[in-house]
Every structure is written in C-alpha cells, then in structure tokens.
Design a binder for this molecule. Structure first.
Ligand code: CP3
Length: 346
C-alpha cells in the first residue's frame, strides 16, 4: 500500500493532500495527559518506548492522519552529548549553560547512542503498529535552534545569549555547530535505520537571524546534515522548517535540497506558490489560532489554503504546533475536511 505523504515528498501531487500537524501528540489530548501523568517526568516519557510509542500513535488513531511523528524532543541530542537537560513542570527546559570554552570542552564530541536507544526502540514499536498508508516521521532540532537552548541554558524570548556568543566567539560557536552537525546526522541515520520514512529538521529560531548570519547558522549546518545523511541513506527524505525565515525561505530551499519546506504562519500563500512550490513540496501553514476558534473561520481558512497550494506538491499542516488549549473536536473537523477532494482542485 502506498503512503500519500511519502508520494508528495517524491514529487507527486496527491488529492486530497496528506495531513499531519506539528505537536499533534500533546496536552490538548486527554489520552496524552493520562499517559503523561503515568510517566511523571516529561523526559521519562520520551525515554519509555512503550509509552512514547503509545502517544505517537494516539493522534493517528483518533484522526486518521497521514503521518505519525516520533514522540520525543529536540533536546535529547544535547542530553546524549553529555549536557544536563531537565524539564521543570510549566517552566520549559533547563540545561547547564555552555557559555565559555571550558563548558564547551565538557561536551562529548560524539553522540552517546546508548542514551538514545529508547528512542530507536520507540521507532521500531511505532513502525510495527502503524497503518500501512501512514508515514513515520523522525526529527531533530537544527544546530542553530539547539545552540540557542544549549548556550542560554533555557528558552529565551529573543535568543540573545546565543546570538551574542556567535559574534563574540565565532570560532567556539563554529565548534559547537560542527559537533551538532555530526551528532544530528548520526542521530538521523539511526532513526532511518530504525524505521522512519522521512525526517523534519526543526529550526524554530531561524527567524531571528539577520541575512549574513542566516547562511552560517541555519543554511550551512542544515545542508551539511542533509548531505551526510543522504550519503549513507540515499532514499532519505527531508522536510525543512526554518521558522520565521521570511524572504530567506527561498535561499534555504535552493541551498539545502530539502524535499519539502514547512511554512510558518506568516508566509504568504502567493509567495509559497510562485517561488517555493516549483522547487520543493510545501507544507503548512494554517494559523494554530484559527484551529482554536473552529467553525466557519476554520472552514474558510482551510479551503483558501487548499485552493492556493493544492494544485502542486502540498502537505497540509499548521504554521507551528497545536496549542495546548485546542479542542480535539476542531481537529476532528479539520481531518474530516481533508478526507474529501475540494471542487476538483485538491
Ligand atoms: O507531536 C510532535 O510534534 C512530536 C513531539 C515533539 C515535542 N517537541 C514534544 C513536546 C516535537 C517534534 C518537539 C520539538 C521541539 N521541542 C521543538 C521544535 C518545534 C517547535 O515547537 O518549535 C522545540 C523548540 C522543543 C523544545 C521544547 N520542548 C520546549 C521549549 C518545551 C516546553 C514548552 C512546552 O510546550 O511545554 C518542550 C516540551 C514539550 N515537547 C512538550 C511536548 C509534547 C510539552 C511537555 C509536556 O507534556 O508537559
């Protein structure tokens, strides 16, 4: 049986377009909250293959989505490089900040795959239970976005600690990016070997970088990861998400050779259609806030997006993750709309 989402990554147009949602497993689902409570700690959930596989599959079961995304977090990579990582309830991630040469030296130069074995086991478990027409997506954080957490030791509103570090200590900063490129490529290779069909690279904080910094911090590391993985796994498919990159989205697509490009909420459909869709499939970009509202505004926005982008390679998704306060009924309505062709367009 074929997989519609994988077909789109393979340059085919599918009608209706395949759908999945970023953060489709999460607190908006009662069945997630119940497993999360059982696991206690968030990282414990990420590293318990049975529970992580269960929450990966929940949204596919409930909504019939075309893809399951591995349930894990981007910060397991710094953890497997020896950095301490914790999630304080309601407080986001906390790491021991890497802010000088001494702290950087403490980082391992290679990933400790032992620490990541539970993730690979989760992938194998999901693979064996996933419907044949559903795609299994793996992922990693892009080096720049990981560096923003690793350098600040926490999430920051403006990523200034990492931006300052990059200007003040360009060589140390490059060393960190290089370690993260190698580690991320090794991690994604293992994910493909364990059974994922495609992967997404999340560069959540790409949008704060000025033009000249965008190349060294975002494009080059992502392009290197993709080349390293493809050298080992020629069939490897990539979705890139340089969130907030604006006009630089086009340069990112041309330079990284991603198979699909995930659009944040601000990317105009006309720009995506004219400049990006000729180069790669596009994924996105419904406003997660419209999903909160539901009803007529949701229907109208979904149809407009499908009319604008459904004529080419298109994966339906949000511009960013599902908000925790979203009603599962609104998502059920969205999934139902996407099960039908639209006026002969898509
Ligand atoms: O469903 C999916 O999309 C797969 C699972 C997934 C999670 N995190 C689970 C998660 C994925 C792909 C991520 C990626 C991730 N993690 C990113 C990039 C994507 C994005 O959202 O921009 C980033 C920046 C992180 C780092 C991170 N993880 C933060 C800042 C936080 C705290 C904020 C929050 O939403 O609570 C997390 C925690 C996290 N990761 C949760 C989930 C479901 C919430 C934890 C909980 O259940 O309490």
């Amino acid at each position: 049986m074929n997989k519609p989402l994988l077909d789109v990554l393979d340059h085919q147009r599918r009608c209706p377009p395949p759908i999945w949602l970023m953060r489709q497993a999460g607190r908006y689902l009662p069945e997630y909250r119940s497993v999360r409570e059982k696991a206690g700690d968030f990282l414990k959930l990420c590293f318990s293959p049975e529970l992580a596989a269960e929450v990966t599959l929940q949204p596919v079961r409930r909504f019939g989505f075309d893809a399951a995304i591995l349930f894990s977090d981007i910060l397991v990579v710094p953890y497997a490089l020896g950095q301490s990582v914790a999630f304080a309830t309601g407080d986001g991630p906390r790491l021991d900040a890497i802010d000088d040469a001494k702290a950087l030296r403490k980082l391992r130069s290679e990933l400790d795959h032992e620490r990541l074995m539970p993730v690979y086991e989760t992938i194998a478990r999901v693979k064996s239970q996933l419907p044949a027409n559903a795609t299994l997506l793996g992922f990693c954080g892009a080096p720049w976005t990981l560096a923003t957490y690793m350098i600040a030791g926490a999430g920051t509103p403006d990523q200034i600690p990492a931006r300052e570090f990059a200007y003040r200590a360009p060589e140390l900063f490059q060393q960190l990016l290089d370690v993260l490129v190698e580690a991320s490529a090794a991690y994604l290779i293992r994910q493909f070997e364990a059974g994922v069909d495609a992967v997404q690279i999340f560069d959540t904080w790409a949008g704060v970088l000025p033009d000249e910094e965008f190349d060294r911090c975002c494009i080059e590391p992502c392009a290197r990861i993709i080349a390293l993985v493809r050298a080992r796994i020629p069939r490897a498919k990539f979705i890139g998400f340089p969130r907030g990159a604006g006009l630089l989205y086009e340069r990112y697509v041309r330079a990284t050779w991603v198979d699909a490009i995930s659009l944040d909420t601000a990317v105009p459909a006309g720009f995506a259609h004219d400049r990006l869709q000729p180069l790669a499939a596009v994924q996105g970009n419904l406003d997660p806030v419209i999903l909160l509202v539901g009803g007529a505004p949701l229907k109208q926005a979904v149809n407009a997006l499908r009319r604008a982008l459904g004529g080419g390679g298109f994966i339906f998704n949000l511009g960013h993750g599902v908000l925790p306060q979203t009603s599962p009924e609104h998502i059920a309505m969205l999934a139902k709309m996407l099960a039908e062709p639209l006026n002969g367009i898509s």
